[in-house]
Design a protein around this ligand. Sequence first.
Ligand SMILES: *Cc1c(COP(=O)(O)O)cnc(C)c1O
Length: 374
Amino acid sequence: MAVPLVDLKAQYAPLRQQLDEALGEVLEAQRFILGPQVEQLEKEAAAFLGTRHAVGCASGTDALLLALKALRLEPGDEVVVPSFTFFATAGAVWNAGLRPAFADIDGRTFNVTAGTIEAALTERTRAVIVVHLYGQMATLAPIVELCRARGLTLIEDAAQAFGARQRIDFKLLHAGTIGALGAYSFFPAKILGGFGDGGMITTADDELASRLRKLRVHGGERTYHHEMVGTNSRLDTVQAAILRVKLSHVRNWIERRNLIAEEYDFRFKKLAPDVVTPLRTPENDHGYGVYTLRVRDRDALKAGLDARGIGNAVYYPVPLHLQECFAELGYREGRLPESERAAREVISLPVYPELTEAQVAEVVAAVREAVAGA
Ligand SMILES: *Cc1c(COP(=O)(O)O)cnc(C)c1O
């Protein structure tokens, strides 16, 4: 039995009537850009996440770009980002006219720590973007403290972690609501995905929220009057209507993702040390946007999974400090060893909520067989 890495048809089937109705309403109204549906989604998402403002935009990449532009930093200012993340985290820094400074990760969680961030700070550092990779939040209390002490703005890239939570001072706080700004992606395969591209920025700061609302429509409140140079980055009405339906299911979906991840953890623990399961830290409610193993012989496991039709992916094979486009920043191999090692060893498995027991068993069997045969 083949098992795809993601199966959006399986998510659509039970929601078909609700989603078709939501889509039908938008088609009937023929209003496609922003509008009341986007405002409603922003209100509902802000309430769900427990923050003051949510601002829809065109993608997760733009969410990061607009967040950075809203900070009004100087050209050439540095922003610390993890090396081990999706390209957009660093690409947005570059496209905002700023310089990425790469931080290493903790190899057990795949996330940056206060220590790895501190090692990347220079005189010119003005902000830090933490990424909650694979759906588990980076441990934020010490990072918030470090940023406060050094006068740095903290942005959370929560593109893979919509709905993930962390206990801080006896409060359970959502990913993206702890730093000054949070960025989310509604790319179809993310925990909360639309029918195309979409994104959102959250903030508790009224001034930043007001700037973000201008920046997404070319930097002005009144049409044809521009206080800043923004861009066109609006959330489509169609996406907002779809996302409003899906938002009401996200908590259940995350629970289901956790059950599947627990089953994998249990089954794969026996394969140590050839296979290492992802560490879930006690303060976190993991979102399991992605379930990622580290393996000694990744090529062998990948070949075994491919042969049995089991969807898998390597997020990400090249750490960003070694990407060709950032060569001029002068990073050499060996500089960020944990990021480099993770890039060689990680492989991700299907973890979407609609997976059946039989499919999970199939994935487990395929991994076991491939590891035993290696
Ligand atoms: C997906 C993703 C983004 C970008 O989101 P898009 O909606 O695809 O532009 C940014 N950062 C991380 C960590 C992501 O996984």
